[in-house]
Write a protein that binds this ligand. Structure first.
Ligand code: ZN
Length: 379
């Protein structure tokens, strides 16, 4: 997630905070300091209410963190790599690098979060029992944590993707149907229905005079909607490339240019006559880098005759070279994440092909033309 900073590490997992979280934190601390605490404990000063609000908001976010740790630790124990946990305006998210390999794993990873929240809520309630009836700040704080954690757990069990309940639903449909694609479609569809309901209720509250809650609910609905849609298209894309190797999609034997020729020669002999926008650069037999129209443009025209290609190319270390045997699904994130339009394909350091966005689109079109749209099973 862009715009987040690291606050620590637990069990090898980076804990990050997105800047939008600060807004949510302030809002919750403020609403507690001016609403909840003055209503439950009369006669304390504004500074004390603020302190209680801040401490309770921190404890709430600590609870969200423990919920996410539940997901992450179970995922880690089932062999999935967890990159980080990020707190943001709507709560927390565990960034697990791979999708679960089986419905059983998906179910366990998903269900543990809400269970942790409900347990935390229960724990706060147990601690509250001996204090009940006393109007102390500790009792009020425990009461707040008991309610919010149980609400958090129950809310996350709503069966719409990307909520945990949506993942639970997906794992069940996956187990019954045997198809991740069908399961994802079902879970994201219910996710979208639920998101629209949130938005509708938000609008209804807004026009009913409950402006703040209306906007808030509408935003949550909008967030859920876009998450459900992107999860759906991501899984659709992944299933289309299931079992497809880089070698099947790459353009074999792409044009390569020697590193020691001048830019002038590159333009006259390669780029202009062949209509190229970029070319891989080789040093001897080995891949050395990539040169694009932009790199040439940034060099003054008078210097084209004296400047060797090798001195201004993008060096190998900054290219993501892939091998022909790799799964296309594993290399796609390299192209989607950065502003990378092409990946050189090398075998023992030698260029054997190039994967471009256009090549992938063409591959899909040919498959569609042949009626081969069913996802392949991995061998
Ligand atoms: Zn969760």
């Amino acid at each position: 997630m862009q715009g987040s900073f690291k606050i620590g590490t637990i069990a090898g997992i980076d804990l990050r905070v997105h800047y939008t979280w600060l807004f949510a934190f302030f809002l919750i601390a403020w609403s507690l300091a001016f609403g909840y605490f003055p209503n439950s404990d009369q006669g304390l000063g504004t500074a004390t209410y603020w302190l209680l609000g801040i401490v309770s908001a921190l404890l709430l976010f600590g609870s969200v963190l423990v919920h996410e740790l539940g997901h992450s630790l179970v995922a880690g124990a089932r062999g999935l790599k967890v990159d980080n946990i990020t707190l943001f305006i709507f709560g927390g998210v565990s960034n697990i690098e791979q999708e679960p390999k089986s419905p059983g794993v998906e179910f366990q990873v998903a269900i543990v979060g809400p269970l942790v929240s409900i347990l935390l809520g229960g724990l706060a309630f147990l601690l509250l029992l001996p204090l009940r009836g006393s109007n102390t700040p500790v009792a009020a704080t425990l009461g707040y944590l008991a309610i919010t954690n149980v609400v958090l757990g129950v809310f996350n069990l709503v069966p719409g993707f990307p909520l945990d309940g949506g993942r639970v639903l997906r794992s069940i449909v996956w187990r019954i149907s045997g198809s991740l694609r069908t399961a994802t479609r079902a879970a994201t569809l219910t996710g979208q229905v639920i998101a629209y309901l949130f938005i509708l209720v938000g609008i209804w509250l807004f026009f009913g005079g409950n402006v703040f809650n209306g906007i808030w609910l509408g935003f949550i609905g909008w967030f859920l909607l876009s998450s459900a849609q992107s999860a759906n298209s991501q899984v659709m894309l992944q299933s289309m490339f299931q079992g497809v190797k880089v070698a099947e999609v790459m353009i074999p034997d792409p044009v390569t240019v020697p590193a020691n020729i001048s830019l002038q020669k590159l333009v006259d002999d390669y780029f202009l006559p062949r209509g190229l926008r970029s070319a891989l650069v080789v040093q001897g037999e080995q891949l050395g880098g990539l040169i694009t129209l932009g790199d040439i443009r940034h060099t003054a025209r008078e210097q084209w005759t004296q400047t060797p290609v090798g001195s201004i190319m993008i060096p190998l270390e900054r290219l993501h070279a892939v091998s022909p045997q790799q799964n296309l699904n594993d290399v796609l994130p390299l192209m989607v994440g950065g502003d990378v339009n092409q990946l050189p394909v090398t075998q023992d350091g030698q260029v054997v092909g190039v994967v471009t966005r256009e090549a992938i689109m063409r591959y899909l079109e040919v498959r569609r033309g042949l009626g081969l749209n069913d996802p392949r099973r991995a061998a």
